[in-house]
Design a binder for this molecule. Sequence first.
Ligand SMILES: NC(=O)c1ccc[n+]([C@@H]2O[C@H](COP(=O)([O-])OP(=O)(O)OC[C@H]3O[C@@H](n4cnc5c(N)ncnc54)[C@H](OP(=O)(O)O)[C@@H]3O)[C@@H](O)[C@H]2O)c1
Length: 346
Amino acid sequence: MSPGSVRTARPRVAVVGATGLVGRTIIEILEGRNFPLSVLDAVASLDSLGTPIEFGTQMLKVRALDSYDFHGVDLAFFALETGLSEQYVPRALEAGCCVIDNSRVYRMDPGVPLVVPEVNASVLRITPAPRLIANPNCSTIPLAIVLRCLDDLAGVVRIDLSTYQAVSGAGRMGIEILARESRNRLSGQEVVPDPLFATVPIAFNVIPQIDDFESSGYTREEMKIVHELRKILDRPDLEVNPTAVRVPVFFGHAAAVHAELHQPLDPGVLRDALAEIPAVEVRDRPEAGGYPTPQTDAARHDQVFVGRIRSDLSRPNDINFWLVSDNVRKGAALNAVQIGECLLAG
Ligand SMILES: NC(=O)c1ccc[n+]([C@@H]2O[C@H](COP(=O)([O-])OP(=O)(O)OC[C@H]3O[C@@H](n4cnc5c(N)ncnc54)[C@H](OP(=O)(O)O)[C@@H]3O)[C@@H](O)[C@H]2O)c1
């Protein structure tokens, strides 16, 4: 294997942030996919020291990150918030470890590949082999897969989209807040929003803001979608106009997308092409329930589900579709593990 990539075919692996939503799911997926590792270390904060985590027949004991030694670790999956990734990823790299990072810190660094294996795994096959790989945002990953197909079929000029994003996109905190607010609302108690999450309640509500506002009036979450799609698809000219919305759903992000194409495209042709992609499942019948939803389709599943494919009523080159996928699985943990598999495959 080339210098710099994962050093061995049966690596020692660390999952950092192992007690969080993404970290726990990475561990579950490593087991489910029989990832060929020799040793797995679960790492989190000092508060979780010794917490047991099941991995197959083993019971791992969580180690504390601040005293964890990355020397001897071949591959680390980081599932920490931005500031902690900034602090600890360099330490892991210095110790010779290969890192797949889930935070936003390194995604737009021109020297760091941002990878959706179904779309641009080829960027991993460079010399020297990359030792730090960024995992994209949870809304970007499923979009990139569908847009790659659409771009190949008819050339995408522009997309206008609204996302409908589950509270788990904000980690464990989002789930706890939606559960608490819902309980309080249904039992007639006062609902006090948690400013760490939003300044208005999320239970029984819809919030057109995820992450902070930028000077343009778009939010940082929206701009992640713009910049990351352009980088992954290698389409710096792609016009992307997003509105990111938080909805009171526990798991599964959705997006309603309107795409302007270079040429007309029959919806049936898109349906057939998407159906050929293993990561995609088309559920598209124009009847009640003939479309995917976060709760009934996406949650706990690996595929990107696509439906509501239809031509624009007034513009022959435009097409609409709806997609849903599990933000913690394909939107984060599964994609990260697939990147790890690509690194091992060389
Ligand atoms: N959730 C999603 O859908 C999603 C999708 C794509 C990307 N991401 C990104 O993935 C990362 C993790 O998100 P998440 O949803 O898994 O968050 P989470 O559920 O809140 O988990 C956070 C993890 O960080 C650990 N942690 C917190 N403070 C720490 C410290 N001082 N030292 C060591 N570990 C510490 C926690 O350990 P303790 O339990 O010990 O506190 C926990 O394991 C974030 O960058 C997020 O933006 C998330």
